[in-house]
Every structure is written in structure tokens, then in C-alpha cells.
Design a protein around this ligand. Structure first.
Ligand SMILES: Cc1cc2nc3c(=O)[nH]c(=O)nc-3n(C[C@H](O)[C@H](O)[C@H](O)COP(=O)(O)OP(=O)(O)OC[C@H]3O[C@@H](n4cnc5c(N)ncnc54)[C@H](O)[C@@H]3O)c2cc1C
Length: 458
């Protein structure tokens, strides 16, 4: 089917909600990965029925469609392949309900994560998943990627808060899974199947979320270490000491310096590592846990300051959330991986990463959600330097091999999308991939929904 025909006819299906202007299309061709594509149309539906009409029309005419939130994905999930129409959810950004009595929020997919957080704060509630991109990513994108964030160590990730979904299938049928109850075991758990499916099974149009009360007290600690090994061993000790911190974030020296060069927060640029640790709960429990953490960090030669003494809580978190953009001051391009190892293996993994950087003569900046064993590995490079870029790409396989050898996984939260699909076979067996392909066929027999993503190339 000619895409030109689709473009002309889709204007009739959703008049005034389709654009084919070159300049506008350009803005929908990339995400936060280093990949890009060229969509042929952008459609902005305003409700599930309109999504359904577009999907049914695309299905009938064999036109690929790609759901897109804010385009902050790190793996090219929202990047269109040739002749695809983008389904953008800017017009579906309503918070439908905050039910404080039942501790549930119902939202459309285009709601920005932090907008929900702000509305919940007014009611002394919060939604725990807090990706560092929370000020601009959408909840639809968070569900599709099963996003995590610093608070995951204590509160879990997106899948732990999605009670139900409404999703449009590629042929236009509207599917509802779960709903506004905290429990439900009737049939297969299709909610869990859709969460993390990266826009390849269904188009999410409504989300039922669990929310929780704001804890009485939160204490924020900044611990710095002159030796990376001490920080790594400190992490292992904290998580094996019956304390569950609310966050346990890690930055290595490359990340600290990049952030400080980006904006002067006053971070200690000569230290090899920094831990950003929060504990929350009742006032008494928090003080006790904070004291234990200070003692552990001191045992490993760390220097601890409490937010408020030198740094404000807000500036510490702003510094943490600035790492990704700040790294581009080291080199114009980065290959960004988000490996996870069993938490006790963090010291070993950090040592391996240091070895790989040395052997391949590359700058690798590491930071991340250390409390989950989730390390964001950023191989800094310049695509114009072909030789260096080649070395950078080669090192990815070495990093994944080492990760898997330690019992880890190649992605903790950024998903597979386009950039990691060639490595999926390193982790998943042929049987797993075959079953996943069969599931994809059931949802999307014509393969029109976000094609070319997640599965290794044949
Ligand atoms: C600076 C920075 C920091 C980040 N920090 C974190 C972090 O701490 N934790 C973390 O997990 N991630 C993080 N990310 C990655 C990214 O923000 C998350 O993956 C986020 O969930 C993507 O949301 P989005 O709205 O931008 O989705 P997009 O990038 O637009 O899309 C992502 C995927 O979701 C699909 N999708 C989007 N909307 C829908 C829908 N309604 N229905 C079906 N599929 C849909 C798309 O097809 C695509 O496959 C970070 C990114 C940046 C740039």
C-alpha cells in the first residue's frame, strides 16, 4: 500500500490532528539514543477511540505505527523506521482521577511523570517511580519501558505500581487489563505483559496506578570516597546491613567532574566516587538508619555530609539529574548501557569496567542506581573519529560478556529498542525468543506496531 494514500486518507480519519510538515516531522525522528529515523506522518489522537480508528486504518492498509511519549528513551524505541506514522500523546495528558481514599491515580499516557508527582504532593501522596528524566518523560513511556529510578531500591519499578491498563491493539480493538483494585488473578496477567513491551504489543491509552503516602521524614546524605573500591565495598555493606535506603546512587570521578564542569554545584572533583543516599520513614527510624549509614561509610574511609549542611537537597538531586547532559562535555557522543549485576558483585563489575576502559584506551563514565546493582555505563566517544568509535562499539560486547558472567542482565531499565537488539541473543535463549515472537504475532499478526524493535535481527 502506498504510504501517500495513507497520509491522504488518515487526514479524513482524524481531520486536523495529522501533520506531514517536514520541519515538524524532523522533531519526531529521534530520541535520547544516538539513532534517528524519518517519520512520514505524526498523528495526535485525543482519546482511545481516536487511537483505535487510526490503528484500524493502519492495520487495514499495512502501515507501521510507532507510539511515542516524550522521546527520552535511551534505546531508539520511539525512533520510526521508514514510512511509519508516529502516534504522539501530547493531546492525551489528563490526570483523570486521584482517588486518595483508595490510593489510586488514573492517568492518560501523555501525562509527564513530575506533573503527577506535583498533583499528588498536594494530597500528601507520591508515586515512587522517579526516572532521572521525570521532569519531561511521560507515564505512557514509563509503562512501555517499565522505567525505574533512584527510589527503586526501596519502592520497586513501574511494574510494581501498574494496577491496570487500557490499550489499543494494532487492529483497533480496545483491551482492558486489571483495573482499580490492588489484587486480581483472573486469567493471565496481561497487565504485566504489556508493561515493558516497548510499544510493540499494544498502544497504552489509560493507566491505573497505585500511589503511596509521603513518609514522615527523609534524610539525604552525600558520602565521598577517595578510592572507588571503598565506595563499592561501602555499597555492598549498606545493602547487607538490614537497612533499605530510599535511594543509593553512585557517581564515579568522571561523572562528578563532568557535572561540576557543566554547572558549579561544589561537588568534590578530586574524589574517586560519591554516594547519594536517602533514608525515609518515621523520624526515629530514619535517624537511626542514617547514623548506621554514616558509620559504615566512615568505616570505608568515606566523608559524609547531611543535605542542608553544605548542599541543599534540591541542588544534590539537580546535580545527580544533570549527569546525562553533562557527559556530552567530555565527548560529543556516548554509547550508553544500563547493565545490572547482583548487588554484591558491584565492586567486581566496577573493576572490570576500569580494566576495559584502560585496555581499550577509552573514557568510560559510570554512575547509576547502585542500590539495585544497576550501573549506567557511558562510553564517551566521537563518531567522527572512526577508529575510536570502532573501539567504543567493540567494548560493548566485552562489557555485556562480563556482566552476564557475573550473573547480571544487559538492561535494567532502558529496554532494548533498536540499539541493543543485536545483543539480545547473548542473554535470552532461542526458546525464550521464539515464545516472545509468538506472543508478538498474537497481538500484532501483521507486524505493524513499532516494527523492527526488540528482537535480534534474523
Ligand atoms: C536524562 C535522562 C535520564 C533518564 N533516567 C532514567 C532513569 O532513571 N530510569 C529509567 O528507567 N529511564 C531513564 N531514562 C530513559 C527514559 O526517560 C525512560 O525510558 C522513559 O520511560 C521514556 O519515556 P518517554 O515518554 O520519553 O518515552 P519515549 O522515548 O517516547 O518512548 C519509549 C518507548 O515507549 C513506547 N511508548 C511510548 N508511549 C507509549 C504508549 N502510550 N503506548 C505504548 N508504547 C508507548 C515507545 O514506542 C518506545 O518504545 C532517562 C532518559 C534521559 C534522557
Amino acid at each position: 500500500m502506498a504510504f501517500g494514500f495513507f497520509k491522504k486518507k488518515i487526514q479524513d480519519v482524524l481531520p486536523g490532528k495529522v501533520t506531514t510538515d517536514r520541519e515538524e516531522l524532523f522533531c519526531y525522528g529521534f530520541d535520547a539514543s544516538s539513532t534517528d529515523g524519518a517519520p512520514s506522518a505524526v498523528v495526535r489522537p485525543e482519546n482511545a477511540e481516536e487511537v483505535s480508528e487510526v490503528a484500524a486504518f493502519a492495520f487495514e492498509n499495512n502501515v507501521p505505527i510507532v507510539p511515542r511519549g516524550a522521546g527520552t528513551g535511551m534505546t531508539g524505541g520511539a525512533v520510526p523506521l521508514k514510512d511509519a506514522a508516529i502516534l504522539s500523546f501530547e493531546g492525551m495528558n489528563r490526570i483523570i482521577d486521584i482517588d486518595a481514599e483508595n490510593m489510586i491515580a488514573v492517568v492518560e499516557p501523555g501525562v509527564i511523570n513530575s506533573h503527577l508527582q506535583e498533583k499528588l504532593e498536594d494530597r500528601n501522596l507520591f508515586y515512587p517511580p522517579d526516572p532521572a528524566s521525570m521532569k519531561f518523560c511521560t507515564l505512557g513511556g514509563n509503562v512501555a519501558e517499565n522505567a525505574g529510578g533512584p527510589r527503586a531500591i526501596k519502592y520497586g519499578v513501574t511494574k510494581d505500581y501498574v494496577l491496570g491498563l487500557e490499550a489499543v491493539l494494532p487492529d483497533g480493538r480496545i483491551l482492558t487489563t486489571g483495573g482499580p483494585t490492588y489484587k486480581g488473578v483472573v486469567g493471565y496477567d496481561l497487565t504485566r505483559l504489556l508493561v515493558g513491551s516497548e510499544g510493540t504489543l499494544g498502544i497504552i491509552t489509560k493507566i491505573f496506578l497505585k500511589v503511596v503516602p509521603v513518609p514522615e521524614e527523609t534524610v539525604t546524605l552525600l558520602c565521598t570516597f577517595s578510592k572507588l573500591e571503598d565506595a563499592a565495598r561501602g555499597i555492598t555493606k549498606i545493602i547487607s546491613s538490614s537497612i533499605i535506603p530510599r535511594t543509593l546512587e553512585f557517581m564515579d570521578n568522571e561523572s562528578i567532574r563532568a557535572v561540576e564542569n557543566y554547572k558549579a554545584f561544589g561537588l568534590p572533583v578530586h574524589e574517586e566516587a560519591l554516594l547519594l543516599i536517602e533514608v525515609d520513614g518515621s523520624r526515629a527510624a530514619v535517624n537511626e538508619e542514617a547514623e548506621k549509614i554514616v558509620a559504615i561509610c566512615s568505616d570505608f574511609h568515606g566523608t559524609v555530609s547531611v543535605a542542608g549542611d553544605i548542599y541543599s537537597k534540591q541542588s544534590i538531586w539537580e546535580a545527580r539529574r544533570s549527569i546525562s547532559p553533562a557527559l556530552y562535555h567530555i565527548k560529543p557522543n556516548k554509547i550508553n548501557e544500563d547493565i545490572v549485576v547482583p548487588r554484591g558483585k558491584i565492586p567486581e563489575m566496577l573493576a572490570v569496567l576500569r580494566d576495559i576502559a584502560e585496555k581499550k584506551d577509552l573514557t568510560i563514565a559510570n554512575f547509576g542506581h547502585a542500590g539495585d546493582g544497576n550501573i549506567h555505563v557511558n562510553i564517551m566517544t566521537d563518531k567522527n573519529d572512526e577508529e575510536e568509535y570502532g573501539r567504543a562499539k567493540d567494548s560493548v560486547k566485552d562489557i555485556f560478556e562480563a556482566t552476564l558472567k557475573l550473573g547480571g542482565t544487559i538492561s535494567g531499565e532502558h529496554g532494548i529498542g533498536l540499539t541493543k537488539k543485536q545483543y539480545v541473543g547473548m542473554e535470552l535463549s532461542d526458546t525464550s525468543i521464539e515464545i516472545m515472537k509468538n506472543i508478538k504475532d498474537v497481538f500484532d499478526p501483521k507486524g505493524i506496531l513499532n516494527p523492527g524493535k526488540m528482537f535480534p535481527p534474523d
